[in-house]
Design a protein around this ligand. Structure first.
Ligand code: UD1
Length: 358
């Protein structure tokens, strides 16, 4: 079987790493990097660190408006798919790369397998929500991480080709922890286990909105611990444009740093008193490592983390963020809602079996 896998943004490299390994034990994989993320710190280091094979095609699309970026990807991916004529196209998550890969394949009548199918925030203002809905509706195989995702698809009338496979980010987290135990990342940042918060902010809804970003910056400056904040390039640009980088620096406890590689991120996360984030994937990673999470959004796709009491939605509301960070959730129950860390194997088996009717 020949599979074209399409990645392009940082979280997709983390998800693709275990699937590439599993797939290549018995099938041919052609790896396409759209170039949506291109900075070394956002892309290259992840390929090296996670042992992802060199992409067979790098489309070099880069940044742009949604329509422009997606359109360029569509045209370039179509050319690769026509040339390669794969049996399957594999896409991950909810970025513009996912949308372009799914659409280009569906229009060529090549079956699409979607990893992380069925997630919904029910907020159509999020570009990712639009991408999720469209890609799920053109996919032949919907590889769901959780029962909640399966239920969301059922509510939209999608029952054929749905497989509950678990969460591939857990595969990556477990595998990397085994082969490369966390070094002394904390010492490098001058923090002690449990003595600091880790923060990340990159959602368009927060980083492109001066009021929301300002409220988040003010909140980070008021919490009772040091905050290590690896700043996404989109957020870095907007902090400067809105004059908020000065505000963040003026708060003595906030330490803004460049984006950090995977292993270091996991080490910083495991040692944190809590994670303050608007990332989807990191809410889950916090759960994997039993770290309380304060989510800087009004909704989440990872509803289990909230239902189980590990995650609190604080929006971009200064007071709610400060309150949540001073009264952290301490739940006792921690069930394996994201599977057993062998989602990649389950994904390859599901592709081999082809779409089945539920
Ligand atoms: C994208 C995804 C988001 C995902 C995130 C992970 C979409 C719609 N959004 O958001 O779901 O959570 O990736 O990071 O696909 N930039 C750089 N260097 C880079 C990449 C980006 O400087 O290597 C800057 C550029 O100014 C660019 C901006 O960041 O315009 C936004 O990048 P883009 O890929 O469009 O979206 P992300 O915000 O990264």
């Amino acid at each position: 079987m020949k599979v074209v896998s399409i990645v392009g943004a940082r979280p997709q490299f983390i998800k693709a790493a275990p699937v590439c390994r599993a797939l290549r034990t018995r099938h041919e994989e052609v790896l396409v990097h759209t170039g949506q993320h291109y900075d070394r710190a956002m892309s290259g280091v992840f390929f090296e660190e996670l042992g992802i094979p060199e992409p067979d095609f790098n489309l070099g699309v880069g940044s742009g408006s949604h329509a422009h970026q997606t359109a360029e990807m569509l045209a370039a991916i179509e050319a690769v798919l026509v040339e390669q004529a794969p049996d399957w196209v594999l896409v991950y998550g909810d970025t513009n790369t996912t949308l372009a890969g799914g659409l280009a394949a569906a229009k060529l009548d090549i079956p699409v397998a979607h990893v992380e199918a069925g997630l919904r925030s029910f907020d159509r203002r999020m570009p990712e929500e639009v991408n999720r809905v469209v890609v799920d509706h053109v996919s032949s195989l919907l590889l769901c991480p959780t029962p909640a995702a399966v239920a969301n698809l059922r509510d939209e009338g999608i029952t054929c080709g749905v497989a509950l496979v678990g969460d591939v980010m857990l595969d990556t987290a477990r595998y990397q922890a085994e082969i490369a135990p966390a070094g002394d990342a904390l010492a490098a940042f001058g923090v002690e286990p449990g003595g600091y918060f880790l923060a990340t902010v990159h959602r368009a809804g927060n980083s492109d909105d001066p009021e929301r970003l300002a409220a988040i910056v003010r909140a980070l400056g008021r919490v009772a611990r040091p905050v290590i904040w690896p700043v996404h390039p989109r957020t870095a640009k907007n902090l400067a444009v809105f004059g908020l980088d000065v505000v963040a620096r003026a708060a003595g406890n906030v330490r803004m740093v460049d984006p950090v590689p995977y292993g270091e991120t996991i080490a910083l996360l495991k040692g944190a008193a809590a994670l303050l984030t608007d990332s989807g994937g990191m809410q889950k990673e916090a759960y994997f490592f039993r770290v309380p999470c304060v989510t800087l959004r009004d909704a989440t796709e990872w509803v289990e983390t909230v239902e189980l009491g590990w995650n609190v939605l604080a929006g971009a509301d200064e007071e709610r963020i400060v309150a949540a960070a001073s009264d952290l959730p301490r739940p006792v129950s921690h069930p394996d809602v994201y599977g057993d860390g062998h989602a990649a194997e389950a994904i390859v088996s599901a592709i081999e079996a082809g779409p089945q009717t539920a």
